[in-house]
Design a protein around this ligand. Structure first.
Ligand SMILES: *[C@@H]1O[C@H](CO)[C@@H](O)[C@H](O)[C@H]1NC(C)=O
Ligand SMILES: *[C@@H]1O[C@H](CO)[C@@H](O)[C@H](O)[C@H]1NC(C)=O
Ligand SMILES: *[C@@H]1O[C@H](CO)[C@@H](O)[C@H](O)[C@H]1NC(C)=O
Length: 374
């Protein structure tokens, strides 16, 4: 009897204390699950063999922060790493490299560099590619999540309460679909790829919600017209083709078109799923600030030229890409936004992640983070 009363009092007191202390709650997300491509892959592509991109497993990749190549397509941390830091969670272990001793309860990463929103079949059948860098598309990654789910939680009730406090990142994904279409096709072909890509993202969100996800962050595309890859491949003699940041108008316009379609699809999803919080991450807006005024944001060597590459006006040479013979990395990657012509530097990723977590670039906003990113 005495013990019983004591327990009641204790739990009452604790419940009361929790209410007082946890405002804001110290760790709003218990776990993060991430699907996507090279913008958020923390090692899956490398673990899958990285046959078509072996340099990812060697320096200078990883030189700034991890001091070794982890499979991240950058010199250091990615946006997902800064998000994990902000919510006091560990860096997400890559699904394909999971070992028994890995703590999966606080999140797992399913993203694979080179991954597409659409399945490989789409590109082969449309004649846009003979083979892909990876076949581990969004639907394959979703399959991995479903396979892992019984190890994360068991009963529906258990899963629901766990996922309610988890953050699901769906993307960025689709950028590679557009790379294939842009390189092999034309602008008409490229635009025709948007509806199926947005549909694939929508389908993945619906499935995650059906599995119990309640808080989903869905990023849009970057201003790809500012990427050294596009600037090099689609170089033009016509000044009119460039905006005042030196970016290709057509491709930035295209990225905005994708983002607009994605946002419309998210609006429909929100109406159908009022019990879920579906956030849009505006990578385009967050990055556009430093493309517009790089020096003002610390990128004193500009935002268009890659830090690591094999020469040319944007230091991007397709036959001497970062990590290959004939390329070299700059002395101070923190003064560049572009890392290897295709991906950004840790400094740029930190800048964008801050914009998502503390700034106005996630809407509705992410929950308040207990940690401030330096
Ligand atoms: C993707 O799948 C195709 C067809 O099954 C296969 O031939 C190819 O080797 C796979 N590519 C990779 C990178 O695994
Ligand atoms: C663009 O590509 C599509 C699909 O391959 C093709 O039907 C169309 O004729 C092409 N348009 C131009 C202007 O080349
Ligand atoms: C690109 O790299 C190749 C191979 O190293 C080299 O021969 C070529 O001169 C480079 N092009 C530029 C523009 O630097």
């Amino acid at each position: 009897m005495k013990i019983y009363i004591l327990l009641v009092i204790t739990s009452f007191t604790f419940g009361f204390l929790e209410k007082v202390v946890s405002n804001p709650s110290p760790r709003p997300y218990k776990a993060i699950f991430n699907l996507g491509d090279s913008l958020s892959d923390t090692g899956n592509f490398l673990a899958s063999g990285a046959i078509l991109f072996p340099v990812i497993g060697k320096p200078p990749y990883g030189q700034t922060f991890f001091k070794r190549a982890t499979g991240r397509c950058s010199d250091g941390r990615l946006m997902i790493d800064f998000i994990a830091e902000a919510y006091e969670l560990p860096y997400l272990p890559p699904y394909l490299a999971l070992t028994k001793d890995k703590d999966i309860q606080r999140g797992v990463n399913f993203a694979v560099a080179g991954a597409t929103a659409l399945d490989a079949k789409f590109f082969i059948e449309a004649g846009l590619a003979k083979y892909l860098w990876t076949n581990n598309s969004l639907s394959i990654q979703l399959g991995w999540f479903k396979k892992l789910k019984p190890s994360l939680c068991t009963t529906k009730q258990d899963c629901d309460s766990y996922f309610k406090r988890s953050l699901f990142l769906v993307g960025e994904i689709g950028g590679n679909d557009y790379n294939y279409a842009a390189i092999a096709g034309n602008i008409t072909q490229l635009q025709a790829t948007v509806p199926p890509v947005v549909e694939a993202i929508t389908a993945a969100i619906n499935e995650l919600i059906a599995e119990g996800a309640r808080e989903l962050l869905v990023p849009g595309n970057f201003p790809i017209g500012c990427s050294a890859l596009y600037l090099t491949l689609f170089r033009s003699e016509n000044k009119e083709d460039y905006d005042d940041s030196g970016c290709l108008k057509t491709f930035n316009g295209f990225a905005e078109y994708h983002n607009k379609e994605l946002k419309l699809a998210l609006e429909t999803l929100r109406k159908k799923n009022p019990h879920a919080r579906i956030l849009y991450a505006d990578y385009y807006g967050a990055a556009k600030r430093f493309f517009h005024a790089p020096g003002h944001h610390g990128f004193t060597n500009g935002a268009l030229r890659a830090c690591c590459g094999g020469g040319g006006p944007y230091n991007f040479n397709i036959s001497a890409r970062c990590g290959h013979t004939g390329s070299k990395a700059c002395a101070d990657p923190s003064t560049y936004a572009n890392w290897d012509g295709i991906h950004l530097t840790e400094a740029a990723y930190r800048y964008i992640a801050k914009g998502l977590i503390y700034g106005p670039f996630s809407y509705p906003p992410l929950k308040i983070s207990p940690n401030k990113i330096a």
